[in-house]
Design a protein around this ligand. Structure first.
Ligand code: GLN
Length: 234
């Protein structure tokens, strides 16, 4: 189980999600507090953010432990955006450890991260468009096909998760995705927390001990937009 986090709201730095909080993503890469599957997230990390200079998000991924990248702290300090997404990875047994298997996956304006696992034979038709043979990349490919076809972000995540969850009842399907305007997330088999102050912060587990963190009920979809936030059951 990996850990992921996203922000939608007034511009802030990636360091404010990764390095600055006491239990930010860097700490979660070697000492997560709520992780039920796996103990460290050392198989890679990635981050994506939106900048007015380009229509597509900027993405930075590595297949090494987050704490070994000496260039990351400075980069994360200056990478600022109203919309940020970052993840650290523990590869599921049998999945490749490579940059292309590391979240966030991307297509056009969309970014997507997955915490969990799913039997790949539930989504075989998406293997071709996937960035990697990793199960998460196949889920991302399934979502990107729908998004390119015009389906809304929340509806897409709901459909991909309920479809895969029905075919593989043991699947864990926490997805986190964005188009730069909205952020959508599912809780399906793993923890997801929400913190709202000025904007929306969604994370696999709290970044600090602030009492404002709220657990999102399992089997639900969270949709954060510039107008507010909704949580609906899946
Ligand atoms: N199954 C995915 C992978 O192998 C996600 C793993 C996870 O959530 N730990 O990367």
């Amino acid at each position: 189980m990996c850990r992921h986090v996203a922000w939608l709201g007034p511009p802030r730095s990636l360091a404010s999600l990764i390095h600055e909080p006491e239990h930010g993503l860097l700490k979660q890469s070697y000492a997560p507090r709520r992780q039920r599957h796996g103990t460290v997230n050392a198989d890679g990390f990635g981050m994506g953010w939106y900048d007015p200079a380009r229509p597509e998000p900027v993405r930075y991924r590595r297949a090494v432990p987050m704490w070994t990248d000496a260039n990351l702290p400075a980069l994360a300090e200056v990478a600022r955006s109203h919309c940020l997404l970052a993840a650290v990875r523990t590869a599921t047994v049998g999945m490749p450890i490579e940059e292309s298997a590391t979240a966030p996956f991307a297509s056009g304006p969309w970014l997507l991260s997955h915490n969990g696992r799913v039997a790949r034979d539930t989504i075989p038709s998406y293997a071709e468009g996937a960035e990697s043979t990793c199960d998460s990349a196949w889920l991302a490919a399934a979502a990107f096909v729908r998004l390119r076809g015009g389906m809304a972000l929340g509806e897409t995540l709901a459909e991909v998760v309920t479809h895969a969850g029905a075919k593989d009842p043991a699947a864990r399907l926490n997805l986190l995705a964005s188009d730069g305007v909205t952020v959508a997330a599912t809780a399906w088999g793993d923890t997801l927390f929400l913190h709202q102050r000025d904007g929306a912060l969604l994370a696999s587990e709290p970044l600090d001990d602030d009492p404002g963190w709220q657990p999102v009920p399992d089997r639900s979809l969270v949709l954060a937009t510039p107008d507010g936030l909704s949580i609906q059951p899946l």
